[in-house]
Design a protein around this ligand. Structure first.
Ligand code: GLC
Ligand code: GLC
Length: 810
């Protein structure tokens, strides 16, 4: 069942009922100011950091679901209703939500009035604009009242949820004209405030939540809205809100639009006040002025569209399959941008107050994002590398505002260092910019301990090379990519963090997944060394890689698949000899991707085992058989009920690894089959089962052992976005940036047909035509560049050339 449809022309998903199985959200904002917005206008806004600078309040785990947002109420004398349906939930005569690229547009109609809300964050400003347009579609005069509503959050969202004894006495506001200012804590250490304004005269306002709603009332029918009269309340303590009352009369056919702005403003410390206790509003008023007419809003909106059109023109494909085109050209890249901006911090499943930026997560996000805005990827890489320690280890997370490593979670996730190589390699391959390797980069954010980034890569590499266990395989530490495989923690009591409990430096437990990473990224490290002319280091690196390659085929091979790990007692995890958890997906995907066992035949055997043991119609499960009891020696993985999350869920993130691995073996049919199973556009019509947004990937789909097999959770913020984009764009469609230029080597289904790709790459445009011979899955028979046949798959790079016409016959 569907709850809407794609509009590819407009690059929108059109939701046609407010009652989607779960809130279906969108993200507004490209750089610093961000909002989450659901299909019923729920959500919240923040500046840079969802934990530390939260502007509006959201209530999690709420009933009714998805409550608190930026709401507009209409009281037309007969009914109280909202264009986005929530929170009144008054049935509408018409409802539509169009989630677009960086904006959302809502249309609600009731009793002859139509109300549209266009919400977006301009590309270069710290505010969200809501343009509300109301039209009288009836043939009688309409008199009605419009009320706006936002609830302020006291900036630190964590404190906001807990520290009531303090915060309920701190709330402060100011009202000037049509703007309501939120200045809680501004009197002391903060130099920033929020405002909610509109560009017309108002008939009243409210800032005291309890008076606006009415005591013991909910926001579905606020007293003020129902009574049709604002109370002009000025908050002092408790829970401040911002609400405007605007009385409107419209002739038949007439319409009116009002621009509301939710803004964030910082003042220099010595310029905070206009007079004693009164905020200096100069910057806020300038911001209000920037969008005070429909024309100015239109201009800002066009700029946003142009910004995105430009980004989405960097990689564009035309294949015979609309769903591939739609995902590649629009939604998958869009999600990559969102994951790049958010890491795993703020979604409807990530509270925004827990994790900041993940080291491994952000490094992987770069893989899917780097072609879009390489400069920002470069900056991010330096931020991430600056949280590394001198011995190559890394903080597992850091806070985006301070950019400092998070000491609560600390270090000891032994895959982390290698992801830095992955990110830098992707950046250098994309841009050819070797200068990044010379950037002086601190350790643990201590500028006095800075070395060139290249040296950070070396330390990453060496960390793994020097932290090996009894089988010559890399030590796992607290966990590797699978955060829930905690082989050194042994947590027995509730409340202990599975990851940070116990020693991280277990000298025995080893990871075959990290072994796969080491081979893949160790080779990429060696390639970079070579390119820089450091042949000795490249040779040394390849020798180290060879050791781990051999150890993997030796101690890491179980007969029909790769073993997952050795636990702290040197028992196998992910082996035929285990009672539960006999086979895991991660080493199969990653080791084959790295090329391990390809010539020896193990690779093919491993992938065949994946198909036989782990495949379902909704995707490939992370392991089988599921753990049915808690294993102290394995940790969090066995804490989930069978079929969910890391315990035999379909963890979407590593499905593309297997798909990529299949392309390594040249099996295009199977690679594409795997791609389709978790790809949103292909499962749109089972939205009642899948439940999360049909335009983006989710972290997890419940596996075969779960009660709700096929149901997704944790949408949006997942490494799945980056990895599927890498998979479809670089391996299946096959346009892969190498250090020496763009390689074109597709691996597609036998009946895929011809296709085209337009790719901007290092200051040039490549128009690529792939002539696909039916029955072929992989293999370049001919590569023709501007009429000349060329050997191999890499389009030779010519200095100064800005356009390449490439034909590939496969
Ligand atoms: C979550 C984490 C990611 C981890 C994965 C598997 O998605 O964000 O870092 O690799 O789970 O545990
Ligand atoms: C929890 C989650 C896991 C996630 C991890 C991040 O363990 O279950 O999916 O990767 O937290 O730290």
């Amino acid at each position: 069942m569907k709850f809407g449809h794609f509009d590819d022309e407009a690059k929108e998903y059109v939701i046609t009922t407010p009652k989607t199985p779960l809130p279906w959200i969108n993200y507004l904002g490209t750089k610093e100011f961000f909002s989450l917005i659901s299909n019923t206008c729920g959500g919240y806004s923040f500046f840079k950091d969802a934990k530390l600078l939260r502007l509006t309040r959201y209530r999690y785990n709420n009933v009714p679901m998805d409550n608190n947002g930026k709401y507009y109420y209409i009281n037309d004398g007969k009914d109280v209703w909202n264009p986005g349906w929530q929170p009144s939930r008054t049935p509408l005569d018409f409802y539509e939500c169009r989630h677009g690229i960086g904006y959302s547009r809502f249309t609600g109609k009731k009793n002859g009035l139509s109300a549209e809300v266009l919400a977006f964050v301009p590309t270069d400003d710290a505010c969200e604009i809501n343009k509300v347009t109301i039209k009288n579609e009836s043939d009688t005069v309409k008199e009605f009242k419009l009320f706006s509503y936002v609830e302020w959050c006291f900036w630190n969202a964590d404190d906001d949820m807990k520290n009531f004894q303090r915060l309920l006495s701190c709330g402060e506001v100011e009202i000037k004209g049509s703007a309501i200012y939120h200045k809680t804590e501004y009197r002391e250490r903060r130099n920033h405030f929020g405002f909610f304004s509109c560009n017309c005269e108002i008939n009243g306002f409210d800032t005291i939540r309890d008076d606006f709603l009415g005591l013991y009332n909910d926001n579905d029918r606020p007293d003020v809205v129902v009574n049709g009269k604002a109370l002009n309340t000025v908050a002092s303590g408790w829970l401040p809100i911002a609400s405007h009352e605007i009385d409107i009369t419209l002739q038949p056919g007439e319409s009116k639009s009002i621009v509301f702005i939710l803004g964030y403003v910082e003042n220099p410390d010595d310029d905070k006040w206009e007079s004693y206790g009164v905020i200096n509003k100069k910057r806020a008023e300038e911001m209000q002025e920037r969008y005070n007419t429909d024309e100015k809003v239109e201009e800002a909106f066009s700029a946003l569209k142009a910004y995105w059109d430009n980004l989405l023109s960097i990689y564009r494909t035309t294949t015979g399959d609309d769903k591939v085109n739609r995902m590649v050209n629009i939604w998958n890249q869009y999600q990559c941008m969102v994951t790049f901006n958010m890491s795993r911090s703020a979604s409807y499943y990530e509270s925004g107050i827990g994790r900041g930026m993940g080291f491994r997560d952000s490094c992987q996000d770069i893989l899917g994002f780097v072609h879009l805005i390489p400069d920002r990827a470069r900056e991010r890489i330096i931020d991430i590398a600056s949280t590394q320690f001198e011995d190559g280890r890394a903080y597992h997370q850091y806070q985006p505002l301070t950019k400092k490593g998070n000491s609560d979670i600390g270090s000891g996730f032994n895959d982390d260092p290698l992801w830095l190589i992955a990110a830098v390699s992707a950046y250098v391959r994309e841009t050819g910019d070797l200068s990044i390797l010379d950037v002086q980069t601190p350790f643990d954010n201590d500028e006095s301990k800075s070395t060139p980034l290249m040296d950070h890569l070396k330390r990453s590499f060496n960390f793994t090379a020097t932290h090996k266990g009894p089988h010559g395989l890399p030590l796992i530490g607290r966990a590797d990519w699978n955060d829930c495989l905690n082989l050194n923690c042994f947590s027995e009591h509730p409340g202990e963090s599975f990851q940070t409990f116990g020693p991280s430096e277990g000298p025995v437990a080893e990871s075959i997944f990290i072994a796969g990473m080491f081979v893949k990224y160790g080779n990429e490290y060696a390639d970079i060394c070579e390119l820089r002319g450091d042949k000795a280091e490249a040779d040394r690196a390849r020798k180290e890689v060879k050791l781990v390659y051999d150890a993997t085929l030796d101690a890491g091979w179980d007969g029909k698949w790769f073993v997952r790990a050795y636990d702290a007692f040197s028992h196998k995890v992910g082996s035929e000899e285990c009672e539960e958890g006999k086979i895991f997906i991660e080493p199969q995907g990653f080791c084959v991707m790295a090329g391990i066992g390809v010539p020896e035949g193990n690779a093919k055997t491993a992938l065949d085992s994946v198909k036989e043991k782990l495949d379902t119609r909704y995707g490939i499960m992370i392991l089988q058989p599921a753990y049915t009891k808690y294993h102290l020696e394995l940790g969090e993985i066995s804490s989930y009920p069978p079929g969910y999350k890391e315990n035999a869920g379909i963890f979407c993130h590593n499905n593309p690894w297997v798909s990529i691995a299949e392309t390594v073996l040249g099996r295009g049919d199977r690679a594409f089959e795997i791609y389709k199973k978790t790809c949103p556009a292909y499962i749109e019509n089972i939205s009642e089962i899948h439940r999360t947004e049909p335009y983006v990937y989710s972290q997890m789909v419940a596996g075969r052992d779960a009660k709700f097999h096929g149901e997704a959770k944790n949408s949006w913020l997942t490494g799945t976005a980056a990895w599927t984009f890498v998979n479809i764009s670089q391996y299946i469609l096959g346009v892969y940036p190498t250090l020496k230029g763009l390689s074109v080597d597709p691996c597609v289904p036998k009946d895929f047909g011809n296709f085209k790709i337009d790719r901007k790459f290092r200051d040039a445009v490549y128009h690529i035509n792939v002539e696909h011979t039916s029955g072929s899955e992989k293999g370049v028979k001919k590569l023709i560049v501007d009429g000349k046949e060329v050997k191999g798959t890499v389009v030779p790079f010519e200095e100064g050339k800005t356009e390449y016409n490439v034909t590939v016959v496969m």
